[in-house]
Design a protein around this ligand. Structure first.
Ligand code: FAD
Length: 453
């Protein structure tokens, strides 16, 4: 029998043009939402392309249900430091009754939980009210180049077929750097040992007796240790369990999903992802059995949601004009081209554990600047990259990847796209002072008023 060939050649075909835009944003997570709104509110013709039928990215599709990185511990005082478009989104979620008050994390910083349904609806409204068009259920699969350094069109596959969307500036907010990779931008995966942050299958339980559960996020790790002594295995230490808006509903962030080699599942590998989804759900069920059996207040609870996809923290990170590092985060670095700040510490999801590293609290200002250069890929003039796939080292990414940093990067990239078009310049040649003034007049906080290192 003849061996199966490793590829086949498809016939050449004509691809319909699916639209012509000033700015095309790939991905509707926190970075993509902010990028699209920023370009839209400056009057640009913007299309956001998203493979799911809703916005929110990992925040909804992976059931994260909690904003981190909106705040920083500034010399001992916890303040919201991410503003601008993030405020508009938070206000809309709040109006829908879907936003918790901020809660304290590890005694040092705030995070803020939300309801995924409210997030989806609030994000739709925010984009539409800023004139952004949305193409849901569209998977980006490639690009057509105009020349070596300029992208001409994004190729998408939808139920209505394949199309090419023309764009003058593109912003990759896919989380996985798909667009940048299609266009040949250099990127990295993993740290020095090649390991990426481990993914987690989130889930939520309802029917919790909140009074009995008490501060379960403090007591459950101890229950897990006791159970481990009896031979019960958990995928990782560091269970994060917290109530949502209604105190009978809790999110559970505790699973950790490996591939066959024992490494973090690669969210850009379809086979690994497929196996990871199944393993993530298996771990969720196993942990839920433990919760019901052993955690006070969870005896009558039930799983109300296992989200549409495995939660992927890290895949490709583009290697841009500057890579944000661990040292930048821990030393609260300043950059002349700041476009906003990150106040979240290093939260490394390593094999079997979650390892936290903080800047000096309260000795420091508790946040680092995020420089414009981390949004600029090398060798491509009309592409910007924002969110968890922006230019950061593995360790830098383990801090600035959370929602707060992604909103900042997204707003900066969308605003920069508008200015690139206005000035007819390449991404690396932007007038940074003008970008900073525009961001500040749009309500963003660039962190220039508090001295850093
Ligand atoms: C389990 C888990 C727990 C977390 N906990 C927290 C937390 O408590 N608080 C917090 O703030 N952050 C948390 N994070 C991190 C945070 O959710 C993400 O880092 C953040 O959502 C990244 O935003 P983003 O916009 O860069 O990308 P994403 O949120 O990943 O969004 C990317 C979007 O692009 C779309 N997309 C990707 N590729 C394509 C394509 N080819 N075609 C079309 N669409 C595409 C995706 O569907 C998605 O909607 C967590 C992450 C995980 C995985």
């Amino acid at each position: 029998m003849a061996a199966t060939p490793s590829y086949l050649t498809e016939p050449e075909r004509k691809t319909p043009i699916g639209g012509d835009y000033d700015v095309v944003v790939l991905g509707g997570g926190p970075a993509g939402i902010a990028a699209a709104v920023a370009a839209g509110m400056h009057g640009r013709k913007v299309l956001l392309v998203e493979r799911y039928g809703f916005l929110g990215g990992m925040g909804t599709a992976a059931g994260v249900t909690n904003f981190c990185g909106l705040h920083a511990n500034v010399h001992g005082e916890i303040r919201q430091v991410v503003h601008g478009i993030a405020d508009q989104l938070l206000a809309r979620i709040e109006r829908l009754g879907g936003l918790n008050a901020p809660h304290l994390v590890l005694g040092k910083i705030f995070a803020q939980a939300y309801d995924t349904a409210a997030y989806k609806c609030a994000a739709d409204d925010l984009l539409l009210s800023n004139g952004v068009e949305i193409l849901f259920h569209a998977l980006a699969t490639g690009v057509v180049m105009e020349n070596e350094t300029r992208i001409k069109a994004l190729l998408v596959e939808t139920k209505s077929g394949r199309s090419a969307i023309l764009a003058r500036v593109l912003i990759d907010c896919s989380g996985d750097g798909d667009l940048a990779a299609f266009a040949g931008a250099p990127f990295e995966k993993g740290g020095a040992d090649g390991q990426m942050l481990y993914p987690t299958m989130m889930f939520r339980v309802n029917g919790v007796d909140a009074a009995l559960a008490g501060d379960a996020w403090r007591t459950i790790p101890a229950l897990m240790e006791t159970a481990e002594k009896r031979g019960v295995n958990f995928p990782r230490k560091g269970a994060i369990l917290r109530p949502q808006k209604h105190s009978n509903e809790w999110r559970v962030n505790v699973t950790q999903v490996k591939n066959e080699r024992g490494c973090a599942v690669d969210g850009t590998d379809a086979n690994e992802l497929s196996a990871g989804e199944i393993e993530g759900r298996r771990q969720a069920l196993a942990f839920f059995e433990f919760l019901k059996r052993e955690a006070p207040g969870f005896g009558d609870s039930y799983i109300v949601d296992i989200p549409p996809q495995l939660g992927v923290r890290e895949t490709r990170r583009i290697a841009g004009h500057y890579q944000l590092t661990a040292d930048d985060v821990l030393s609260c670095a300043s950059f002349a081209d700041t476009v906003g700040v990150n106040g979240w510490p290093i939260e490394a999801h390593v094999a079997g554990d979650v390892v936290w590293r903080w800047p000096d609290i309260p000795g420091s200002r508790g946040f680092n600047h995020l420089p414009y250069r981390m949004l600029v890929p090398r060798g491509l003039d009309n592409l910007l990259v924002a969110g968890r796939c922006a230019s950061m080292t593995h360790e830098g990414q383990s801090a600035a990847r959370v929602s707060g940093g992604c909103f900042v990067m997204g707003q900066a990239a969308g605003t920069a796209a508008h200015l690139l078009l206005a000035g007819n310049v390449a991404n690396a040649d932007i007038e940074v002072g003008q970008l900073q003034e525009t961001l500040e007049s749009d309500g963003a906080y660039l962190g220039r008023d508090v001295a850093g290192n």
